[in-house]
Design a protein around this ligand. Sequence first.
Ligand SMILES: Nc1ncnc2c1ncn2[C@@H]1O[C@H](COP(=O)(O)OP(=O)(O)OP(=O)(O)O)[C@@H](O)[C@H]1O
Length: 244
Amino acid sequence: MIELHNVEKSFGKVKALDGASFRAEDGKITALLGPNGAGKTTAMRILFGLLKRDGGEVAVDGIDPAKDPISVRKSLGVLTDQVGLYERLSTREHLQYFGELHGMDKASIDKATEEISALLGMEDILERRAAGFSQGQRLKVALARALLHSPKNVLLDEPTRGLDVMSTRALRKAISSLKARGCCVVFSTHVMQEVSTLSDEVIVMTKGKAVAAGTPQQLCERTGIANLEDAFVSLIGTEEGIAA
Ligand SMILES: Nc1ncnc2c1ncn2[C@@H]1O[C@H](COP(=O)(O)OP(=O)(O)OP(=O)(O)O)[C@@H](O)[C@H]1O
């Protein structure tokens, strides 16, 4: 389970998070939906311990990433907005390396590599070096890397960016299978269709705050608007930064 309470984070004069509070439960897919600059990536970076918050409380399965980042990372898989790969390593070597960092033995790494590779449809790039990989292929390696150690909690920052239709479908299947395993899955997106098809809960963020939370249906009911996209626009008070 992932919890934020009144989290503050500023970069100079920019308040990226301004008292953000939300909770994402186990066995559910939670979408973070918000316009550009709403604070979604900042919230994820704080959860992973990549950034220090200025104030408020954060917990991953009850553990504060600022106090015990190593424990948090064991139970957390993260796809960040920056996909850095070692150009000379093959996909398999990447996974081997990250598996070792997580303390996995070779047999477990090999098994997890085969499973994830089948799940994400990446058999064709398993033995290839990363140099020359397309954006979508890079994203798949980064995703596989995030999921390799079977984390209980998964944070995905715009996971379908740059993916083709088949890969997007594979990713959605992967996200659903994480949910079936009881994982807490949080993903950020601008794509309304993803929110309606994938998410159990939606957290609407704008200007560093979570301004609404609930199922897509509850958000529609609360605003009295039948269409989720229009309900979202009504909740954030602007049409800025959304995609159909
Ligand atoms: N390292 C940084 N230095 C300065 N400003 C930053 C930094 N990181 C984020 N910000 C600012 O904080 C605000 C929130 O940014 P963040 O990346 O969290 O938004 P987001 O909701 O993920 O946006 P997007 O949908 O565009 O990815 C923005 O105004 C952004 O410019």
